[in-house]
Design a protein around this ligand. Structure first.
Ligand SMILES: NC(=O)c1ccc[n+]([C@@H]2O[C@H](COP(=O)([O-])OP(=O)(O)OC[C@H]3O[C@@H](n4cnc5c(N)ncnc54)[C@H](OP(=O)(O)O)[C@@H]3O)[C@@H](O)[C@H]2O)c1
Length: 332
């Protein structure tokens, strides 16, 4: 089968389309014929991990070194990227009961990756579910990573109906899902993004949109019960001015200083910092499917590239021009 393989770190040109062995499903596994795969933040980092310094890494340095070891220190250990996908069940192992051949599915492989290929094999009990009936394969492939991360982190902040929520980074994978999930929880949501993405964030249902290149939300008049900062671009020192009493600053990306502030604010003061690490719950993929089918979670696809054009797709991702998700189509 055909796969986009990379055996060294570097520019988008590291990918090569190669023929590799097709996986065969174990007894509890399903073999999926991949139709579409989304490219996300993690793919860009991992493609050139060797040249990402601990400072550029959006997490504490303590997590940087284990991640470098996991993905390969000088060259990639995991040579096929692609963590979120949609496709069709091509075959099932003898013990599989949840899926049958021909089912249309979507799912998430996490750090294991491997979806940038014609076929992948995974346990029927992993993060995979029937594809939402109202989404195309390309749309469905953009949902799992941002969707389950946002869901998991919003739960950690105990989001409530009627709260005023600000999402800093509302146009990306996690933020666009967080914005819509916060609306589904019954919150009033302000989305912060770059100039090119303001229309997109409005279309996703934000009550207000702030362009971070024109306005600093921490200097505004509005105050919030929850500020969800996806890239860790603000600080507690700045954001506490616009946090309501008992307000929470939730970081998806954070450094050691924010961890220390989480510890301190858990004991003192009425405004809290939470540095959240998402926990993978396989049932969340079904929750996401249900939210999509209820019209509460939408996909926003910008451009699709054939798998063979993966280098162009990565270049487009890195151009800063994208508004919405970028998808690789593997099969039609
Ligand atoms: N905590 C966890 O469990 C967990 C799990 C997975 C990932 N992460 C972290 O999440 C981050 C990736 O998130 P993602 O996949 O959603 O990334 P993404 O798709 O690349 O989106 C990044 C978002 O940040 C916005 N942004 C860029 N510069 C900004 C600024 N100066 N101020 C405010 N917003 C800004 C972007 O806006 P524009 O594009 O409009 O400019 C975009 O909305 C990484 O740092 C990763 O480490 C955390």
């Amino acid at each position: 089968m055909k796969a986009a393989v990379f055996t060294e770190y570097g520019s988008p040109d590291v990918f090569q389309i190669k023929e590799i062995e097709k996986p065969s499903p174990k007894d509890n596994e399903i073999l999926i014929r991949v139709v579409a795969v989304s490219i996300n933040f993690g793919d860009l980092i991992v493609r050139d991990f060797k040249h990402v310094s601990p400072k550029e890494f959006n997490m504490p340095s303590l997590l940087y070194w284990p991640a470098r070891m996991e993905f390969g220190f000088n060259k990639p250990k995991i040579t096929i990227q692609g963590s979120e996908f949609a496709g069709t069940v091509a075959a099932i192992g003898k013990d599989v009961t949840l899926f049958k051949q021909g089912d249309e599915v979507f799912g998430y492989l996490g750090m294991k990756m491997g979806a940038n290929a014609e076929y992948l094999s995974m346990s029927e009990n992993a993060m995979v579910a029937l594809k939402p009936s109202n989404l195309s394969f390309e749309e469905a492939a953009t949902i799992p990573y941002g969707g389950f991360t946002a869901l998991s982190l919003l739960r950690k902040a105990n989001i409530q109906k009627g709260q005023k929520v600000l999402i800093n980074g509302a146009s990306g994978s996690i933020g666009s899902a967080a914005l819509q999930l916060a609306k589904a929880y019954g919150a009033e949501v302000t989305g912060v993004c770059g100039t090119l993405r303001t229309d997109m964030v409005k279309a996703l249902g934000a009550d207000k949109v702030i362009d971070y290149s024109k306005e600093d939300f921490t200097k505004g008049k509005e105050t919030y019960d929850l500020i969800f900062d996806v890239l860790g671009r603000t600080t507690f020192d700045k954001a506490k001015r616009v946090l309501n009493p008992n307000g929470i600053l939730l970081f998806a990306s954070f450094k050691s200083k924010a961890l220390f502030q989480m510890l301190i604010t858990s004991k003192f003061g009425d405004k809290k910092v939470i540095c959240g690490l998402s926990s993978e719950n396989v049932k969340d993929i079904v929750t996401l499917k249900e939210l999509i089918e209820a019209g509460q979670l939408k996909a926003y696809v910008d451009r699709c590239f054939p798998l063979e054009k993966i280098a162009d797709a990565h270049r487009y991702m890195e151009s800063g021009q994208r508004h919405g998700n970028v998808v690789l189509t593997v099969a039609s």
